[in-house]
Design a binder for this molecule. Structure first.
Ligand code: HEC
Ligand code: HEC
Length: 412
């Protein structure tokens, strides 16, 4: 089995989440002055922040964006549930683990063919599907993304865009909306809805909340802190191609343009995490969440070579999580790292068995999709080989990952 696409160093590209505020006056349609643009973006960010934390946007009146994306947990889930409960009665289980919302500002727009190389004119290496928001990259911008939970019957549970707009206006945001979109918006739920989406997008671009680069590792890169010996060993193991090889996908170095490391190359890859039987949808053996080829994403249904691919997440703030990978099936960071080095050497520790007693490797994928599994190191070993990392080395990598949590305060 060969991996379909090579992955290399991420060098920067157009961004998905980043927005270009091309604002025109809601009243006259004319381009705004710079100070007016600034005033509008501050107004949008303030509105977006209020909306993000406001449960009145949901059908139940009890679920805000922040219910799942908790600022105290890197805007990821505060609890250890693989999938959250939502909908009008807060009883409908979701299908995927809640990702962090931090460091999405430079996620490139989704593309099937991502070319990158040291030499920008050299377009010879196709890294395959890359970028986009959500685990399967199905939307590019924050405003499109926000529609998903607002209108999902297992998340915020609204039946229509107009219903969301009505909630926004009823919750007292009429003045703030009118200030941004003009006085008509106060009576126009569809316009209120669009303004709310824009505001949520702009709020999520606030670097102080979403990409402060305030981890210990950032302090180390700036020369203001040093890694402990264990953390330093962990970084080395994380980078070394013959050990963790983690940095081949979770890039640990600055970009050529000086951008701090994002700990992802945004590639969509099949790593074959075990099926999570705690997800109610998985009680149906015929149900498979196959990421890029559906069923949540619908433009590549039936594209077999895309089945099982999920977007590589950043590892910044990963130590704040209690559930890991798209299906939240792994519950400790140590186990997440252990999975990488044991997937091939000791698959029986991770996968269920078939009726005949043999190990059902990659048991969350239908047979046809198993060919898409990535076999880069540390996945290049075979059953019975030594894992690429010893138990002590796994602890070192986990210690290093702990340095990626924002809010580091240097000892005085
Ligand atoms: C019920 C829990 C829940 C609520 C409420 C919720 N989300 Fe999410 N969010 C998720 C899950 C689960 C995903 C992953 C979805 C997927 O991959 O299909 C996600 C993904 C995202 C992403 C993409 C992250 C990435 O890594 O690409 C963004 C941005 C986001 N949510 C913002 C919001 C905003 C804004 C709101 C409020 C309007 C919100 N979410 C409400 C659970 C939730
Ligand atoms: C071939 C690319 C690749 C390599 C190499 C790789 N990862 Fe990943 N990583 C991914 C992808 C893709 C995902 C998401 C997969 C999914 O959820 O199905 C992921 C997810 C994770 C997660 C879960 C994060 C979260 O928010 O749930 C952790 C932790 C992680 N990787 C750590 C590591 C470590 C440590 C190494 C080295 C031992 C490593 N990765 C090597 C591609 C890679």
């Amino acid at each position: 089995m060969q991996p379909k696409f090579r992955r290399g160093l991420w060098l920067g590209a157009g961004t998905a989440a980043a927005f270009l505020l091309l604002l025109t006056s809601a009243h006259t349609g004319q381009a705004l002055s710079r100070s007016e643009v600034r005033r509008q973006s501050l107004a949008l960010a303030a509105l977006g922040k209020a909306l993000f934390f406001d449960p009145s946007l949901s059908a139940s009146g009890k679920m805000a964006c922040s219910s799942c994306h908790d600022p105290g947990h890197g805007f990821g889930p505060a609890n250890d549930l693989a999938v959250q409960l939502g909908g009008g009665d807060l009883q409908r289980p979701g299908l995927r683990a809640v990702p962090s919302l931090k460091y999405l500002q430079v996620v490139p727009s989704f593309t099937e063919h991502f070319f990158e190389s040291e030499d920008e004119a050299d377009e010879s290496i196709d890294n395959g599907p890359t970028g986009g928001l959500t685990w399967d990259g199905r939307v590019d911008r924050g405003r499109e993304q926000a529609k998903i939970p607002l209108l999902s019957d297992f998340e915020m549970g609204n039946k229509s865009e107009v219903e969301v707009g009505r909630h926004v206006l009823a919750a007292g945001y009429g003045n703030a909306i009118a200030d941004i979109a003009g006085p008509n918006a106060r009576k126009d739920p569809a316009m209120a809805f669009r303004t709310a989406l824009k505001a949520l997008e702009v709020f999520q671009q606030d670097y102080r909340a979403f990409y402060p680069y305030s981890s210990k590792y950032d302090a180390v890169l700036a020369g203001n802190a040093v890694l402990t010996p264990q953390e330093a060993r962990g970084l080395e193991l994380f980078n070394a191609p013959e050990k963790g090889n983690c940095a081949s996908c979770h890039i640990s170095e600055r970009g050529n343009d000086g951008t701090p490391p994002q700990f992802t190359d945004y590639g969509l890859i099949a790593i074959g995490v075990p099926r999570n039987r705690d997800i109610p949808a998985n009680r149906d053996p015929a149900f498979h969440d196959l990421g890029l080829c559906g069923p949540l994403r619908t433009d590549f249904l039936g594209r077999e070579e895309y089945c099982g691919l999920f977007r590589t997440p950043t590892l910044r703030n990963v130590a704040l999580r209690k559930v890991f990978f798209h299906n939240g099936g792994i519950h400790s960071l140590k186990d997440a790292v252990r999975f990488y080095v044991e997937r091939e050497t000791h698959p029986e520790r991770w996968y269920s068995r078939k009726p005949d007693g043999s190990v059902d490797k990659y048991d969350d994928l239908p047979e046809e999709a198993k060919a898409n599994i990535n076999t880069d190191p540390p996945f290049d070993r075979k059953a019975g080989d030594e894992p690429a990392l010893s138990p002590a080395e796994i602890d070192d990598v986990v210690a290093f990952l702990g340095t990626l949590t924002d809010g580091y305060e240097p000892p005085k």
